[in-house]
Design a protein around this ligand. Structure first.
Ligand code: PMP
Length: 373
């Protein structure tokens, strides 16, 4: 049976640049040669840190401080290191009420008390709600360790934290003396020519923001190249918890060689391909379930969030959809407290564009058949 692949947040395999990476591998190996007998060191291959800085500058107009970048095995390791350092068991952390399940898993592993902040699907976390939560915690003498946010093309809703909200989040972090972990996993996946608002990291003037990014979503998760950017005292504290000897310099050098030459062209090409898939999903949903459901219309990222009618039998939906090879993620996987919600997340970049109408039509039929009265 066909697997339509709407489950995981993977990029488009058809635009994976195999040939370009073969050429980059040869260059990387010739450049590194015998240097590969050494450990990469705690902050990783310098060439990839330079590339990460350039990547940031392309969007934000200013480079990242190269000596504050640490290369990690995907951004998952960055999250594990950063969150593991900032969380002491029992600490309170704040996040959007729907967020990436992997981050929630790490927070739970380190025994954080997770407080979900209401959000909307367009502009992200609601700042009045954040202020109310912070004030309520203060009354209980609780200073949260940090606010975690995926500021651009959020997983799972596609929301982009507006510039006004970014300024307000920074002001609140200052007022309540807490920190911000900004996860920019999806910032470069944008189908429009409108720039996303300046990052919290760029806007920060009081060293409260730790920035996390990855190459998983613009290249592939299999390369396992991500990074965090932190200043002292966080830099030193985080590295005290790091024992892996550093991330593969060979993999880092291949990615650096490739993107030093092809970043712009690759992003234009992959964003066009992913954008077309997103539109195909939206068009098919509009055709079949506009009387039943509402959904987001992302301008970037890899995900679309569908609110289902309250009358949906979630088990039945899953059964019917999977019988047709249609997977998706249940909304509860993204809820800060794992509450069951009548919503699902679709990841649209992996499926072949020509298969999307068929797969989404099956999903729509399953949604209709899963209604109970
Ligand atoms: N952050 C977010 C918001 C994600 O959605 C993901 C992957 N789905 C990650 C981090 C981890 O990605 P990776 O380790 O592959 O960089």
């Amino acid at each position: 049976m066909k697997d339509f692949g709407f489950t995981g947040g993977r990029p488009d395999p058809h635009t994976f640049p195999t040939e370009g990476l073969i050429a980059a591998s040869e260059k990387a190996l010739r450049k590194l040669g015998g240097d590969l007998v050494n450990y990469p060191g705690e902050s990783g291959y310098r060439g990839l840190r330079e590339l990460a800085s350039m990547r940031f500058e392309r969007r934000e107009g200013v480079p990242l401080p190269i000596d504050n970048i640490s290369i990690t095995s995907g951004s998952m390791q960055a999250l594990e290191l950063v969150l593991g350092t900032l969380i002491n068991p029992g600490d309170t952390v704040l996040t959007e009420e729907y967020t990436y399940g992997g981050t929630l898993g790490i927070m739970r592993h380190f025994k954080a008390n997770i407080v979900g902040v209401p959000m909307d699907y367009i502009d992200g976390m609601n700042m009045d709600a954040l202020e109310a939560k912070l004030a309520e915690l203060k009354r209980q003498n609780i200073r949260p360790s940090f606010i975690y946010t995926t500021s651009n093309h959020q997983n799972p809703t596609g929301a982009i934290l507006s510039l006004e909200r970014r300024h307000r989040m920074l002001a609140l972090a200052e007022e309540y003396d807490t920190r911000i972990v900004e996860d920019d996993c999806y910032g470069d996946i944008d189908f429009t020519s409108t720039p996303t608002p300046a990052s919290l990291f760029k806007l920060d003037t009081s060293n409260r923001v730790i920035f996390i990014a990855t190459f998983s979503k613009i290249l592939g998760a299999g390369v396992r190249q991500g990074y965090f950017v932190a200043r002292e005292p966080y830099w030193g504290q985080i590295h005290q918890n790091r024992w892996d000897g550093g991330t593969s310099a060979l993999a880092s050098a291949i990615v650096a060689e490739f993107f030093m030459e092809h970043l712009e062209v690759h992003l234009v090409k992959t964003n066009a391909a992913v954008g077309a898939k997103c539109r195909a999903v939206v068009e098919t949903l509009e055709k079949h379930v506009s009387d039943l459901c509402t959904w987001t219309r992302p301008r970037g990222g890899l995900f679309l969030w569908i609110d289902l009618p309250e009358t949906t039998d979630l088990n039945k939906l899953q059964e019917l959809a999977s019988a047709k090879g249609v997977g998706y993620s249940n909304g509860s996987a993204f809820h800060y407290a794992s509450e069951s919600v009548k919503a699902i997340r679709l990841a649209y970049a992996y499926c072949h564009v020509d298969d999307i109408p068929e797969g989404i039509t099956y999903l729509c039929e399953a949604i209709r058949a899963a209604q109970v009265n």
